[in-house]
Write a protein that binds this ligand. Structure first.
Ligand code: SF4
Ligand code: SF4
Length: 381
């Protein structure tokens, strides 16, 4: 944890971070940019302003995308300040109470919650819409139900990787995990799914539930510490950034994880067998958290795709942002979908299950792929 006051004092209010902030670029007002948010947090932390719903609305309107972080020449740890401020403003944020309660309850017993939700979904769907809560399309099975150890078909493995499934792959997109398992097996790796893995904690941390998120971090540190493997892989950049950086901030110990792009980038075995025009959408946490830009594009080119440029930008999901700030979220999504439409690309590829889910709302779902699906198609067709 940082010393929040010390960190905020480093901000010289220069405003150079504003030009890179997606919410500021849309709203053009100080409270919707990083400088305004830093100043607001400073005032609340110093007791100049009381914590209020209005202040919480400004601080929770941040996407936690990280685009501002590297633009600050004063080196303010903007992200950590934003996380800690969410913790401070939680009590004043009555608008987020239902969401926090629901997510906390769901993550306490996720398997039970997902089974219950699958049962009652048709009935509660209209109610969820009215309450602004997510209607999550859970699958009829979870990835972790399909097994724990997956060996290459010939039984000979040159190494072992641990797959941190994460909630979105386990419950919403298990087919992506199955795709990664087939890719790894084809490359000669045995894949192990950790039995005691829990949510990475990112949704809790983003809601200001820092102690609860830290509790999940300790459980994962315990579950993953003893596992012997060449790499710990996740298909979700948010999980990777949380395991690596978030855990270091919250517990002092990070986990050395890598996303599928990072793992596959340095490896051979891919041929240029596909032929299509593809647009790549950068997930914020891959672009700003893992510093990936060329790697996914190079991978797509290696499998034969013609990669067209659609620029960068948030898809608008950003955890619970899309539920609280619907209009802004939809505007961001429209921009990404418009960029894809104008580019002449036949498919849109990303490397985050959350972005995949969000983009599929505005782009025909049969045209949107996670990068692992593209790699599988190239490797196993
Ligand atoms: S994390 Fe993203 S949305 Fe939040 S202040 Fe920084 S650039 Fe803006
Ligand atoms: S956070 Fe950094 S870049 Fe933004 S206003 Fe403060 S000092 Fe300037």
């Amino acid at each position: 944890m940082i010393d929040l006051q010390k960190e905020l004092n480093r901000c010289i209010l220069c405003g150079s971070c504003k030009a890179f902030c997606p919410t500021h670029l849309l709203k053009h007002t100080e409270p919707f940019g990083p400088r305004g948010r830093m100043r607001l947090i400073q005032a609340i932390h110093a007791g100049e302003l009381p914590p209020s719903q209005a202040a919480a609305d400004r601080v929770f309107s941040c996407l936690l995308c990280g685009a501002c972080l590297k633009q600050c020449s004063a080196g303010v740890d903007i992200m950590e300040a934003l996380y800690q401020a969410r913790g401070l403003l939680r009590a004043a944020d009555s608008k987020g109470r239902t969401l926090r309660w629901t997510i906390k309850a769901a993550l306490k017993r996720p398997d039970l919650s997902s089974r219950l939700y699958r049962l009652i979904r048709p009935v509660v769907r209209p109610l969820l819409h009215r309450m602004g809560l997510p209607d999550t399309p859970l699958q009829g099975y979870t990835l972790r139900e399909t097994g724990t150890v997956f060996s290459p078909p010939d039984g000979i493995s040159k190494g072992r990787v641990v797959l941190f499934t994460g909630c979105s792959v386990n419950y919403i997109h298990p087919h992506l995990g199955e795709s990664l398992i087939r890719v790894m097996n084809a490359l000669g790796y045995e894949v192990v799914l950790p039995k005691r893995e829990v949510c990475c904690g990112a949704p809790l941390r983003g809601l200001g539930l820092i102690d609860e998120a830290r509790g999940f971090a300790y459980r994962n540190l315990e579950a993953l510490r003893g596992l012997k493997a060449d790499a710990l892989i996740s298909l979700c950049p948010t999980c990777v950034v949380t395991l690596k950086e978030g855990y270091r901030r919250m517990t002092g110990e990070g986990i050395d994880a890598v996303d599928a792009v990072g793992f596959l980038s340095g490896r051979t075995g891919l041929g240029a067998v596909l032929d299509a025009k593809a647009a790549y959408h950068d997930p914020c946490h891959a672009l700003y958290g893992l510093d990936q830009y060329d790697e996914p594009r190079d991978l797509l080119k290696r499998v034969g795709l013609d990669v067209v440029d659609i620029g960068t930008g948030c898809c608008g999901l950003a955890g619970t942002f899309s539920l609280r700030f619907k209009a802004l979220s939809e505007e961001m999504l429209r921009e990404r979908a418009g960029g894809f439409g104008d580019s002449g690309a036949e498919i849109m590829v990303t490397s985050c299950p959350g972005c995949l889910f969000q983009l599929s709302k505005a782009v025909p779902p049969e045209k949107v792929f996670h990068l692992i699906e593209v790699v599988e198609e190239a490797l196993l067709r």
